[in-house]
Design a protein around this ligand. Structure first.
Ligand code: ASP
Length: 339
């Protein structure tokens, strides 16, 4: 019989309206179980690890990502798959981070949560939880069907580092416009085998030296030299720059000079687009040619969540900025499509 480890970190799925404050506050895992008697009927053994402090995912941080990676590693030989209950607000960040931290993963790590608490009459939590478990235990020829870090939400399975939270009020909370969904649940649970990544060679390797010295420079027409200088001059090693369209920026000389100065100081600058669909193509327009020449890295079609966590992961692994830049442009865990 398959064994699944459910890790409960928090999120709306495990919240209840406090009668006095009227805000949503966390409940413990036993209270979640009481709401889903169907769990008993699943043909698998369920092991549960509940975090000591149940959090709203807005309080998520890299220390908890390390704890999650550690739990996955500690239970690796024993279980067939993992389901991680997590708030949807930062779920795509945690899923992206873990995709980089868990090299050669060959078991499913399925994140899920819900938009309504599990105790609510119209809750989306039950379907999300039950199907996430089904996916975590699904095998073909004795191999996991989805050996990846994924997000399951509202009948769809996404690659974790391709998804982002797109809607705060619909059950359809996530989208992944630059990569197809990996499975869809309806009357049948259909996997898109061709889009699912196969694990790398070798045993699981956990990387948990994330460096969160990362700044974000989001461009807008009218951004001032003072603002750009402050962000590029921050005491960080990596900067994710959110640019226009296919990776374009202003060509004003002051801006180009500030970027060059940051790169000369050993900072790594990663260019991702503010567009949610499509890819960065450095050098396609005159307004990005100079970025390429000076050594700005292309983030291609990465999500913001994948870009930030990939930067944190690579800065933790590699000292040389040129090498960080080279790896940023490589497809490490299915997070980008090279042009
Ligand atoms: N604020 C909640 C969280 O991210 C929202 C959710 O769970 O959907 O923890």
């Amino acid at each position: 019989m398959s064994q699944i480890l459910i890790i409960y970190t928090g999120g709306t799925i495990g919240m209840m309206a406090d009668p006095i404050s009227k805000t949503l506050v966390p409940i413990n895992f036993e209270q979640i179980m009481d709401n889903v008697p169907e769990l008993e009927k699943l043909n698998c053994k369920i092991k549960v690890h509940s975090f000591e402090q149940i959090i709203d995912s807005s309080n998520m941080n890299p220390a908890i990502w390390s704890e999650l990676a550690g739990l996955i590693e500690a239970n690796y030989d024993e279980v067939d798959g993992y389901v991680i209950l997590h708030g949807s607000d930062t779920m795509a960040y945690t899923a992206s981070a873990l995709s980089f931290m868990l090299q050669n993963l060959d078991k499913p790590v399925i994140f899920t949560g819900s938009q309504l608490p599990i105790s609510a009459v119209r809750t989306d939590a039950k379907e999300n939880l039950m199907t996430a478990i089904e996916i975590a235990k699904a095998k073909k020829n004795d191999k996991s069907r989805v050996p990846e870090v994924c997000i399951y939400f509202d009948y769809k399975l996404f690659r974790g580092n391709r998804a982002f939270k797109y809607n705060s009020s619909k059950f359809e909370a996530f989208r992944s416009p630059n990569y197809p969904i990996l499975a869809e649940s309806g009357v049948h649970l259909r996997f898109s085998a061709n889009d699912i990544r196969q694990p790398g060679e070798g045993p699981l390797k956990v990387h948990n030296k994330l460096v969160s010295d990362v700044a974000v420079l989001k461009l807008y027409p009218g951004i001032s030299p003072k603002v750009v200088e402050t962000i590029l001059g921050a005491d960080v090693r990596g900067i994710v720059m959110e640019t226009f369209g296919a990776g374009n920026t202003t060509t004003d000389q002051w801006f180009i000079d500030l970027l060059k100065k940051a790169i000369d100081a050993g900072k790594v600058i990663l260019d991702i687009s503010q567009c949610k669909v499509g890819t960065v193509e450095l050098g396609r327009y005159e307004t990005s040619k100079e970025l390429k020449d000076m050594g700005v890295a292309s983030g291609f079609d990465m999500t913001f969540e994948a870009a930030v966590t990939k930067m944190m992961y690579l800065l933790g692994e590699i000292d040389d900025p040129q090498e960080v830049r080279r790896c940023l442009e490589m497809d490490l865990r299915g997070e980008l499509t090279e042009a």
